[in-house]
Design a protein around this ligand. Structure first.
Ligand SMILES: Cc1cc2nc3c(=O)[nH]c(=O)nc-3n(C[C@H](O)[C@H](O)[C@H](O)COP(=O)(O)OP(=O)(O)OC[C@H]3O[C@@H](n4cnc5c(N)ncnc54)[C@H](O)[C@@H]3O)c2cc1C
Length: 452
């Protein structure tokens, strides 16, 4: 009977770890399987170390603003403390504490590659387990490497090497202007690296409002980060020291490092889903709104394609755990999905962009205001770039999306996320008081602009 368990969780990203813990707390016999580090990408090569690096880069940027507002300051960037703090926060890429935490909640943690071998059956590195109640898949994503001529043969970086770096290169090309690319581009630039971002689309942060991408490109250019938009890399070469990236227009760029940040691909390969008749020819696993993939199997996290964010994985973990335990609860609802790009200016967004709202057939009205024209923006001065944009479903009089870009953009987003989630009538929002002089008070101005 040693190899019979109630639940097997394959992949322990933030969602899998949370779900395993919940089911362990509920008294189920949980086998938690992880091929690398318990906790996944977020604590070791994602959210946590990258946000620590951003914090350091932002401190440098603020210090450089002293001369505009408070006298003078001598600023000398040093990557040493950054590399050290990343090692501290990741426990030098050691998951002992996370394993102990899960074991403390009654889970059996096994390191190895897990795969489904049939209904109610999995194997971990050759060892077979019968699973009585549920198999949960949380395999996450890895950096997507585009099929660019020559790229695979070069020592390119992904987020992993960029997070683990012990020194700052003199120059770097960042392939991809999505959230990961722009966050890391700005960090490295603020530490003295000459950075060029290559983006195949017309603007940075292609998934967000175009105003956000344009704002970021303007700020980047002012900070000395070159942005090459509408540009596709067609070939990459490395001569032992320098990368050369050839663009479709014929230009070529050279740099010491190349960071590939062109999206993520789901780790579907070793999961063995053919054995239970699940099609893995798509980019993601197609789950229902209780995260069920097929009989007896649930999937959560990036692999579901609902948004590659830790908060999505953890939101889904709670829903799947309830479903497995037979408890009632609301199904997954992604209409108010929040996301934040932690650049300076920070870009927070929730729900639909204007374009997505039009495409969904919504009767769209938008309102927008520049933060620099708000009282707080005026007082804040240098570093006050940003805006608030709201997207209204005019037929229903509720917001279906919003963006807050600027200082504390991700924090200001909180109010907008509640408005979208709870469908607070725009009339109620308009007749509310917004504290003076906060940045979030600009929400009132953006709402007033709906009439213009
Ligand atoms: C640089 C960077 C910055 C980010 N910043 C943010 C941020 O600020 N905010 C935010 O919300 N999100 C951020 N993310 C995204 C976030 O890291 C992910 O959305 C989050 O980790 C959730 O992923 P997941 O749970 O699906 O899986 P992952 O975290 O990818 O974990 C999956 C785990 O499954 C394991 N695994 C895979 N296959 C198997 C198998 N067959 N057997 C056993 N184990 C397996 C893997 O080893 C891995 O540990 C960032 C990502 C990156 C790369």
């Amino acid at each position: 009977m040693a190899n019979v368990v109630d639940v097997a969780v394959i992949g322990l990203g933030p969602g899998g770890e949370d779900l395993a813990g919940r089911l362990g707390d509920a008294g189920l016999d949980v086998l938690a399987v992880e091929r690398q580090l318990v906790g996944g990408e977020c604590p070791y090569w994602g959210c946590i170390p990258s946000k620590a690096m951003i914090r350091s880069a932002d401190v440098l940027a603020e210090a450089r603003r002293v001369r505009d507002l408070a006298g003078s300051a001598q600023v000398e960037a040093d990557w040493g403390p950054v590399a050290q703090r990343v090692r501290k926060l990741t426990a030098d890429w050691d998951d002992t504490v996370a394993v102990e935490r899960l074991e403390g909640r009654g889970c059996r943690v096994v390191h190895g590659v897990g795969s489904v071998t049939g209904p109610g059956r999995i194997s971990v590195s050759g060892q077979v387990y019968e699973v009585r109640r549920a198999i949960v898949l949380n395999p996450g994503t890895s950096a997507f490497i585009p099929p660019v001529d020559g790229l695979m043969d070069t020592p390119y970086w992904t987020n992993r090497e960029a997070i683990e770096a012990r020194e700052v290169p003199h120059s770097m090309i960042v392939l991809g202007g999505g959230a990961i690319g722009v966050e890391l581009a700005q960090v490295y630039a603020r530490f003295g690296c000459t950075v060029t971002v290559i983006e195949s689309g017309p603007c940075l942060l292609a998934m967000e409002e175009p105003e956000a991408g344009r704002l970021l490109a303007e700020v980047f250019e002012r900070e000395g980060i070159h942005v090459s938009s509408n540009a596709k890399a067609t070939a990459v070469a490395h001569d032992g020291t320098t990368f050369t990236v050839t663009l479709d227009g014929g230009d070529s760029l050279r740099a010491d490092r190349l960071l590939v940040a062109t999206g993520r691909s789901a780790r579907l390969g070793p999961l063995g889903l053919n054995s239970v008749g699940v099609d893995i020819s798509g980019r993601f696993l197609d789950v229902d709104d209780h995260l069920r993939l097929t009989d007896g199997i649930w999937a959560i996290g990036d692999v579901t394609g609902k948004g590659a964010f830790t908060h999505v994985a953890m939101y889904q973990a709670a829903i799947a755990a309830r479903d497995i335990l037979g408890e009632d609860g609301p199904p997954a609802d992604y209409r108010a999905l929040p996301r934040v790009t932690f650049t300076d200016p920070e870009v927070g967004a929730v729900g639909k962009t204007e374009k997505q709202a039009w495409e969904a057939g919504v009767e769209v009205r938008t309102g927008i205001t520049a933060l620099s024209t708000s009282s707080r923006g005026y007082i804040h001065a240098v570093g006050n770039e940003g805006f608030i944009k709201v997207v209204e479903d005019a037929a229903r009089g509720v917001l279906v999306g919003a963006t807050s870009a600027g200082p504390y953009g991700g924090e200001i987003l909180g109010a907008l996320a509640v408005a979208v989630r709870a469908e607070v009538p725009v009339a109620t929002l308009r007749h509310s008081m917004w504290a003076y002089p906060t940045f979030h008070r600009a929400i009132e101005t953006a709402l007033a602009d709906l009439d213009s």
